[in-house]
Design a protein around this ligand. Sequence first.
Ligand code: PXG
Length: 285
Amino acid sequence: MSVKVYINGRLYDKQDAKISVYDHGLLYGDGVFEGMRIYGGKVFRLQDHLERLWHSAKAIWLEMPMSMEDLASAVNQTVKANELADGYVRLIVTRGAGTLGLDPHCTSDPQVIIIADLISLYPEEFYEKGLEIITVSTIRNHPAALSPRIKSLNYLNNILAKIEGLQAGCVEALMLNHRGEVAECTGDNIFLVSRGQLLTPPIDAGILEGITRAVVIELAVAVGITVREIPLTKHDVYIADECFLTGSAAELVPVVKVDSRPIGDGRPGPITQQLLTRFHELTRQ
Ligand code: PXG
């Protein structure tokens, strides 16, 4: 069965799912998106993703062409049409086709695209043995230039960091912010465990407000772990007892080496494992 892709109210076979080359999403990265997980046939935290999408759209003056309820139904319809029990949803809203010029007022018809497909996961051994990451020279977008809170179609900042990481043999890369503090990875938020407490950079460190980040904070609080959202430096990472990343695609993945330094004893730690178990219970129940 061919993958069915939703565009503006209709489902198309994958090979027929097309939009204009004049779309400002393509010409300028002018649009917003969400990446969500499907567990047991249901989109995980759909409402939270839709709210973030609405906030991203508002921040770039993009008027959403449909209501949140209708978009939720469209997402569920697309997941159902593709008969996916577990998978991934990419929800995209572009500015629409316009003239060859920046002016967003010269565009019409924002395109709402929903792709539901299988997700390519990190190999299982990454979850058992943990990842090695490095800090890259590409800093996260300065919030005064383009807020990292906007999940926009312009992902070059993250892609350039990802390339640096890959060239060093790492599948994820740690990005610092304009102040030199720890921000996040290219597609994941970062957490540390230090003296039994869970530490993670605050939103104003210039990061995406990850949905998985929020879920992990909830899970930690529920089991009595103190969570602190505080500015962190590379030094804090190097001396942490444990480190892990969170994201819709990665879920919760342990990090055991940063910039060639082992974190803790160089193996996934007990709090990371406890939270990973809780996360699996929540998503695979
Ligand atoms: N930071 C950044 C920069 C991200 O892009 C996260 C953190 C984690 O957020 P969530 O809400 O997912 O917990 C992201 C998310 C993909 C893909 O296809 C990327 C993300 C999520 C899912 C898929 O590359 N990034």
